[in-house]
Design a protein around this ligand. Sequence first.
Ligand code: ATP
Ligand code: MG
Length: 263
Amino acid sequence: MKRKEKIIVTSLKGGVGKSTVSASVAAAMAEKGMKVLLVDLDFRSRSLELMTGTCDRIIFNLYDYMADRSDAERTLISIPVKEGAIMFCPAPDEDVLGPENGPVYENIPDALKKLTEESGADAVVCDSGAESFVPRLLAKEFATMAIVVSGQSRTAIRAAEITAQKLAAVRDGLDVRLVINDFDVSLANLGVRAGLLEMIDECSVRCVGVYPHDDRLPAAQDKGVLLSEGITSVAARNTAARLLGDSVPLFRGLDRLRSKIRL
Ligand SMILES: Nc1ncnc2c1ncn2[C@@H]1O[C@H](COP(=O)(O)OP(=O)(O)OP(=O)(O)O)[C@@H](O)[C@H]1O
Ligand SMILES: [Mg+2]
């Protein structure tokens, strides 16, 4: 039997696509009929509840679960996707967790182990904020894998490199992979922005997915709609397949992008 993947999606840099990759990879896995737990661990921004259109349905969150004020069934929100559903765990505000209220940040890995068990999840995808405390905690005590997300800018690539190094130092043998997001092939070909090989080389992490720039994405996310068609979905399906150990080409179904890439 394949191992149960518990993935932390991270980067020390903000706005590179951590939440986009988390939600779309979770959706791609759920589409295959897997029971996927998507956990919002970005306690500052809590973007996933907006991107998934679940704000109005939230009653309980991870804090309530940790404080025994709700169980898995009442905490998790079902988000339908083609042929399946994601189980979404909303985040509390960053100030709620703390000794004065009971559960503390250090309890998160144990809480996630219990939530995984109780929900019967086959895979767990955790979105993080642009910080290192929670990702490192999970890398140490919960995750089987870390996805470091990078955009094409120098600052994003540097942040990805540092993030990967820090995570690898936390636990020997942690699978750390790179997802290149918002990739603009024209800018790479013009030499204005980094190319794929350059990015993979600089981050020194095995690349597991490339998401092209997608004009449709920001508006869909603002409406709280998870895209089920188009280049982001295709990229997410390829990434999910590779994360689950299937051997699929990096650009399967992305022929226009592949035809333009100069390595
Ligand atoms: N592949 C893409 N194509 C076009 N726009 C994108 C792409 N990926 C992300 N974006 C846009 O970039 C913005 C940042 O994305 P996202 O919120 O996923 O990043 P993040 O790393 O989670 O940010 P934060 O650090 O604030 O949590 C969003 O407006 C999103 O719509
Ligand atoms: Mg985010």
